[in-house]
Ligand binder design. Structure first.
Ligand code: ASP
Ligand code: MG
Length: 411
């Protein structure tokens, strides 16, 4: 018999009505002759509400207690889902992460899965039960509840699919799959039939938040193929898997935008060992995460160091760096909020040349100025003015032929 792991996200279980709808899908899957393990997220908004409450009662909530609190969101949703399945005449039992055998390390609020012993899941499946598992949580060696980081139910599903050697892993969400670009920005954006783990990781790191990155990394490491699809439709979604030879035929798989970025430049700073270290240690001490980093050519013994951060971190970064800029006698600090990062991603870049030239040409013809450039083996990212972001995405989408073919109207 086929064993399927299904994961339902917060919006998919966001109301009693939606939970009933999910229950129906799960029961149908079993009736088609499958064993089903369903991983459930907290109902939409619940985790945020719990976090807000924690911050109201404490300025610095204890991480152990935060985990005890946040895990309840998924526990409520799992029990409701099991009830809804039983009300439809199905037979379901819900399990917490600990009951499902998910053992993690001790890093509260961002625990890593150490080991899964799905003894109870196997026993229940053997008795024809549908097993509903609370996502996002496990327990550490002391039996304390831990959580796996925001979006962690994806990781629960992928890891369980791996541990159970499932025949399929389906991630049900409120979008139809992974798209060539955000369909709200580019009207011709298409759903991809397949995407490689690496492409999905690069796209996730570039503002397309379809899946938790840790979950995709885990899937890549253990070769767990999965499908991202809509919980509201019956259409197939996008399959994420190890790359195959023909995947390289496509030059660009997708385009992502990340808005609300800020650019910071330490201008004319001495080109000496240790300077970059001081700049970025200072930023790191403020817990600010840095995205792109560019150092320009050295001229008369000085260089410019530019980097990007989230716009919300700009005042913090300015405060931290202003004294340092004086100390190391740089010419000054130049900052600019309201920039956006556009990334084109595709493993096809490895075998097709001239991708960067095509991208830059296309933006140039559109009158869009490029402020910073960075690349990886399968990604080219540019920083542009936030105002240009939508248009840049549209132009690039067209340039690389990603748009759906729309037949001319027949009259
Ligand atoms: N409920 C958790 C969150 O909102 C985990 C998840 O939904 O995957 O981050
Ligand atoms: Mg200069």
């Amino acid at each position: 018999m086929r064993l399927i792991v299904q994961k339902y996200g917060g919006t998919s279980v966001g109301s009693a009505e939606r939970i009933k709808n999910v229950a129906k899908r799960i029961v149908e899957t079993q009736r088609e002759g499958c064993q089903v393990v369903a991983v459930i997220s907290a109902m939409g908004g619940v985790t945020d509400n719990l976090l807000n409450l924690a911050n109201e009662v404490s300025r610095d909530p204890d991480k152990r207690e935060l985990d005890a609190l946040l895990a309840t969101g998924e526990q409520a949703a799992m029990a409701l889902t099991a009830m809804a399945i039983n009300a439809l005449g199905g037979r379901a039992i819900s399990l917490t992460g600990a009951e499902a055998g998910i053992l993690t390390d001790r890093a509260h609020t961002r625990a890593k899965i150490a080991n899964i012993t799905p003894r109870q899941i196997h026993a229940l499946l053997a008795e024809d039960y549908i097993v509903v598992v609370a996502g996002f949580q496990g327990q550490n060696a002391d039996g304390e509840t831990t959580t796996l980081g925001r979006g962690g139910s994806d990781l629960t599903a992928i890891a369980l699919a791996g541990a159970l050697n499932a025949d399929a892993c389906q991630i049900f969400t409120d979008v139809d799959g992974v798209f060539t670009c955000d369909p709200r920005v580019v009207s011709g954006a298409q759903k991809l039939d397949e995407v490689s783990y690496d492409e999905l990781l690069e796209m996730a790191g570039s503002g397309s938040k379809v899946m938790q990155s840790r979950a995709v990394e885990f899937a890549k490491k253990f070769g767990v193929e999965f499908e991202v699809r809509s919980s509201l439709k019956s259409d197939p979604g996008t399959i994420a898997k190890e790359e195959t030879a023909n995947m390289e035929d496509v030059v660009i798989r997708g385009i992502s935008l990340e808005r609300n970025q800020a650019k910071v430049t330490v201008d004319d700073v001495r080109d000496e060992p240790g300077i970059a270290g001081r700049i970025f240690s200072t930023i790191a001490a403020g817990n600010i995460s840095v995205d792109m980093i560019v150092q320009s050519v050295s001229e008369h013994g000085t260089t410019d160091v530019s980097f990007t951060i989230h716009e919300n971190d700009l005042s913090g970064a300015t405060e931290l760096l202003t004294p340092l800029v004086k100390e190391v006698q740089a010419a000054g600090l130049i900052t600019k909020a309201g920039v956006a990062k556009l990334s084109v991603v595709g493993i096809g870049m490895r075998s097709h040349s001239g991708v960067a030239a095509r991208l830059f040409d296309c933006l140039g013809k559109g009158g869009i100025n490029i402020q910073l450039i960075s690349t990886s083996e399968i990604k080219i990212a540019v920083i542009i003015d936030g105002q240009d972001a939508d248009r840049a995405a549209q132009l690039t989408h067209e340039e690389f032929g990603l748009a759906k073919f729309v037949p001319p109207p027949s009259n």
